[in-house]
Write a protein that binds this ligand. Structure first.
Ligand SMILES: C[S@@+](CC[C@H](N)C(=O)[O-])C[C@H]1O[C@@H](n2cnc3c(N)ncnc32)[C@H](O)[C@@H]1O
Length: 323
């Protein structure tokens, strides 16, 4: 409770001259809207990215609403309690240290799912929702097959694997990631969504662990991956909060961003059934590089079938097929 007068003094520096504001605890009443504009300004003044969204998300979460705009008009007009104010202050201080809002509130929506989020596991990005749509749309056989198997390399929070399981009810997924934190978060999210019986989750590094471990689970119909694909020299351009709190091994794809992409392309032919598909999310510079790599490794019998743009118009997704 000791923190409360400090917050209120900051919100209402002239509180002693504003007697009409006094309500509970002998303190001024604060509505969500007033508090949102206060924290928006503080975040803005401190150079925090997306100050308006940050402020609204934290306040909505503290008040038990999904989004600021989904709050009932009653909720939006009612006064925030001392406990809620303390919670919002604590979360806002974290945001001022540039902790991503997803880690602060501990969850994030991906398509039709709310997933648990825990640092340093990669926070799913909006374009990856399109990767899921592409797999479903471009693989009609996947939906027709009685028991298709999908391998996801680099499952992170489980976003892609779990979204695919929800869209293809007869599918089974093998989800692998090199970090224990990602494996554990995917497991928790699978259980939360009641999908744990249709997914095998393994800690496996596709660049160093023996492929035989995965061969025992194959063959698979589709390999999907949103690998780390940022060129190492571009990492420094990322927002400082990302660099400070998200796992670098989820971002850094090596000097040309191709380290794990090549790992997936080397592994896939051993696991894929004939005419099996690979879907990759990549940097816009990668389609040409991958096509060249595939030509130089023709023994792998893979060819680039399609390059698909994301909602920003950037070449973002590759559809590769085994001949
Ligand atoms: C960009 S994140 C994608 C996470 C998740 N699929 C998503 O889209 O939100 C890349 C993931 O690949 C994992 N990863 C990186 N290198 C790997 C490797 N050599 N083998 C397996 N997983 C790897 C990282 O730990 C991280 O979780």
């Amino acid at each position: 409770m000791a923190i409360l007068p400090r917050i209120l003094r900051r919100l209402f520096p002239k509180v002693s001259q504003t007697p009409g504001l006094c309500r509970r605890f002998g303190a001024p009443a604060v509505t969500p809207e007033k508090l949102a504009s206060h924290w928006q300004k503080v975040f803005h003044d401190h150079g925090i990215p997306e100050p308006e969204e940050s402020s609204e998300i934290l306040i909505a979460h503290a008040l038990g609403a999904k989004t600021f705009h989904s709050m009932t008009s009653h909720m939006a007009r009612s006064h925030i309690s001392a406990e809620e104010l303390t919670l919002i202050e604590r979360m806002a201080q974290e945001r001022l240290r540039r902790v991503p809002v997803q880690y602060i509130i501990g969850e994030w929506d991906f398509l039709d799912m709310t997933l648990l989020m825990r640092p340093p596991v990669f926070i799913p990005r909006p374009e990856t929702e399109e990767l899921v749509g592409l797999v479903v749309a471009d693989c009609p056989d996947l939906r027709r097959s009685p028991a298709p198997v999908i391998l996801e390399v680099g499952c992170g929070s489980g976003a892609v694997s779990l979204a695919l399981l929800r869209r293809i009810p007869q599918a089974r997924v093998i989800a692998v990631d090199k970090t224990e934190a990602a494996v554990s978060l995917t497991r928790d999210n699978a259980e939360r969504l009641g999908l744990q019986h249709r997914i095998d989750i393994l800690q496996h590094d596709v660049l160093s662990d023996p492929a035989e471990r995965l061969l025992a689970l194959g063959p698979v119909d589709v390999v999907v991956s949103n690998p780390p694909y940022i060129f190492t020299e571009d990492l420094s351009e990322l927002e400082p909060g990302i660099l400070r709190y998200e796992d670098h091994s989820a971002l850094d794809g090596g000097p040309d961003g191709m380290d794990v992409i090549k790992g997936v392309l080397r592994l896939a032919p051993h696991l894929l059934s004939s005419n099996g598909d690979i879907f990759l999310e990549v940097d816009p510079r990668h389609p040409d590089m991958v096509e060249k790599w595939l030509q130089d490794h023709s023994e792998d019998e893979l060819h680039l079938l399609n390059v698909v743009r994301d909602f920003c118009g950037k070449s973002r997704f590759l559809h590769v097929r085994r001949r």
